[in-house]
Write a protein that binds this ligand. Structure first.
Ligand SMILES: *[C@@H]1O[C@H](CO)[C@@H](O)[C@H](O)[C@H]1NC(C)=O
Length: 488
């Protein structure tokens, strides 16, 4: 079983909503510090790694991907998939071996097999150091990738890995790649100094804004007055973004979205009101239903303590909001027929259900004291929606953080002033006039134009659009793997 310390971490972490499916209740037991603001220079600090990948030889040929942490397997196994693909077509080839807790949680092993993410055997993390030290010369492991450095370089192998590195001769040093998730989770970050001093570390994040946060932090450290820190070379640590989007087989548009109204929306994440703004969404849904239940496909309320009932005389399916995650959440009685909770799903069921959705609503809350999903840590909601071909309802702010979804093939952009429920109503009814009326904005304002753009683009995206969008992501991921293997 997990120790208390590990449980604390799981609660703190929340990079992937999946991660907390089973542990959500813990997060309220600890009072966590208010976030410091790092917002000012979110985008300016991210320097993409150099891209002359094809002119330099592959330097790394035996890769160990390792973690002691029972989560984030969807993140590092996605990188394993990319590495296997890239090495399979390289002239000098190479192998990947995985050292991780097994079986993977929530039935992820089925996905690994079905998608052929990895062709080797998953070995115990306990033998990593031994295997690393067994061959310190030619043919030994020359690249170690840690799935969650916040855990793995803190409690996993902080000293042993460094000793193993120091024990090698110059020609056979391995490189360390830290997959990082949350800049605010900094208990391990002092371990970076010695690796940086040796020129032996690089980092990889799942979204651009987390990479930018680390870049900023490294640049600040590089400026430190402490000689042991400013001399370590922090400013030269390469930072990449590998987006964990898999090739999930999405059923051929079996719900035929082309001819019907928007009806199924999903908010995916733990049922924690500090992380997702469920309560505001509920309130706004109730307000909108009170005004015009028929737009949503429901009959007016009969009594105050009743629930809205589907209007069966209408040809269109009623609107439903799916909450997919884990934990407990009280649904207002009015919305009992509209809001549907699905919790604790395994990956197969999860992907199938998400694939059925018309639109994904991130619904990030600003109350999250663990660091926001805009600046400090990345929500996996975006990657999940993309892999299941579900368009995401975003704002410009979200696209500025999660740069990889800044693409109309994958998202529907609402003006920030148009709340999610308003946007869903407008997309469902084909009419955004309520928003214009409520805000009183003039028709030639930039906000009104943004609303018009949203309506013109609609919410449907074709399979081909998604396919080509994902191919672009995979191509960029391949570039990341190539840079890592070439030490660029
Ligand atoms: C996922 O859960 C469903 C039941 O909800 C079950 O039928 C299926 O076998 C499970 N798959 C895995 C991989 O555990």
């Amino acid at each position: 079983m997990l120790s208390r310390r590990q449980l604390y971490f799981i609660a703190c972490f929340l990079v992937l909503p999946l991660l907390v499916w089973q542990f959500v209740s813990l997060s309220n037991q600890y009072s966590l510090p208010e976030p410091r603001l790092w917002t000012q220079t979110i985008c300016s600090a991210l320097l993409p790694a150099k891209d002359d990948t094809h002119t330099l030889p592959q330097k790394r040929h035996r890769v160990a991907v390792a973690s002691t942490f029972g989560f984030h397997h969807d993140v590092y196994m996605s990188l394993v998939w990319t590495l296997e693909r890239v090495m399979a077509r390289s002239q000098t080839g190479g192998t990947v071996e995985v050292y991780a807790p097994f079986p993977f949680g929530f039935g992820f092993q089925d996905i690994v097999e079905a998608q052929q993410l990895y062709h080797g055997e998953v070995k115990s993390p306990d033998v990593l150091i031994e295997v690393l030290n067994n061959n310190m010369g030619d043919g030994g492991i020359d690249l170690v990738i840690l799935g969650t450095c916040e855990i793995d370089l803190r409690w996993g192998w902080p000293e042993d890995l460094l000793l193993a590195w120091d024990a090698r001769d110059e020609a056979h040093k391995f490189k360390l790649v830290c997959i990082v998730h949350n800049i605010k989770d900094d208990g391990w970050q002092s371990a970076i100094t010695e690796w940086a001093r040796r020129g032996a570390i690089r980092t990889s994040a799942i979204s651009e804004h987390v990479a930018a946060a680390f870049r900023r932090s490294f640049l600040i450290r590089a400026d430190s007055e402490d000689i042991s820190i400013c001399s370590a070379g922090y400013e030269n640590i390469p930072i990449d973004v590998h987006v964990p989007v898999l090739d999930i087989p999405v059923a051929e548009d079996h719900r035929d979205r082309s001819s019907r109204v928007l009806s199924d929306a999903v908010i995916q994440g733990s049922f924690n009101t500090d992380r997702r703004d469920y309560l505001r969404i509920f309130t706004e849904l109730k307000e909108s239903l009170l005004r015009d239940p028929r737009v949503w496909g429901y009959l007016p309320l009969v009594t105050e303590d009743a629930a809205y009932v589907v209007d069966t005389t209408r040809p269109d399916p009623p609107f439903q909001l799916f909450l997919i995650g884990s934990g407990y959440l009280e649904i207002p009685h009015e919305l009992q027929n509209m809001v549907i909770i699905r919790e604790g799903l395994n990956y197969s069921d999860f992907y199938t259900l998400i694939s059925d959705m018309d639109i994904c609503v991130p619904a990030f809350s600003e109350r999250n004291g663990l660091g926001t999903y805009y600046e400090d840590q990345a929500s996996s909601t975006f990657a999940m929606a993309v892999e299941c071909n579900v368009p995401i309802l975003v704002t410009e702010r979200m696209k500025a953080s999660y740069k990889y979804v800044n693409d109309r093939r994958a998202v529907v952009t609402r003006p920030a002033g148009m709340r999610e429920v308003e946007a869903l109503r407008a997309l469902r009814s084909g009419d955004a006039s309520y928003f214009l009326h409520r805000t009183g904005i003039s028709l030639d304002s930039s906000t009104a134009k943004a609303a018009e753009d949203m309506m013109r683009g609609g919410w449907r995206r074709s399979e081909e659009e998604f396919r080509s969008f994902k191919q672009d992501i995979w191509k960029a991921n391949d570039g990341v793997a190539e840079r890592i293997l070439r030490d660029l």
